[in-house]
Write a protein of this length. Sequence first.
Length: 270
Amino acid sequence: MKIHVITGASDGIGAEVARQLAAAHGGQAGLVLAARSEDKLRAVAAQCRACGAQALVVPADLSHEPQCRALVEAAVQEFGRIDVLVNNAGMSAHALFADVQAQDLHWYEKLMKINLWSSVWCTHAALPYLKASHGQIAAVSSLAGLIGVPGRTAYSASKFAMTGFFEALRAELKSSGVSVTIAYPGVVATSIRYRGFNARGEPAGGSGLKEANAMSVEECARLILDGMHRRRREVVMSANAKLGRFAKLIVPAVVERAALAALKEEARPH
């Protein structure tokens, strides 16, 4: 049995990764599901158990280091090992920097704790067990962690930091047998942007991005799991994303215009 610890597993990408693992591996899948919402986690766990998987629910606010370490301890206590850590916990944010008041800048720090530090803390706690199992780390970054997106200064900063951390860690772990796969989703059809911060650090209640061509959460999870299975270094999820990444090096002004065009009119700087 392979033991997967999945953060941000109550809905969206994390929940779908858990469901697809359970569907594919049945009784050979041991899942440790972590997020803040215990009710949602229990619903996902029930879906996974219906496929034969074992699932442990660990309610946790992973923006706090002790809860990250307690998550890993709970996984090891239950299953005795960890084979895969999926760092998926994250929060969105959309605000033009000029619209953020000085008294509200604290939410930039909060976003960094959720998007970067939760991954750092969970990975540090799990690393001895992952080395013992020659396991895998998956980090769900974002296309905004490769290309700066207007209106997403806080979010891009947190995801760029996440990308840099896991790229450096991959090199450090090269001889250990632990692989690191970084996934870079673009716009995925989840509610993450609706719950993310606005300029005042409150739930936005809507998305500032055009979402007509958003990738389904099922396809996103499938691509992440395929990359993990192949122990790929990176999973960039669309031809446009791959093109944009390299165009940034050659024609950065064109990429900036394309990024602005991806915003809804009301979310653009004026």
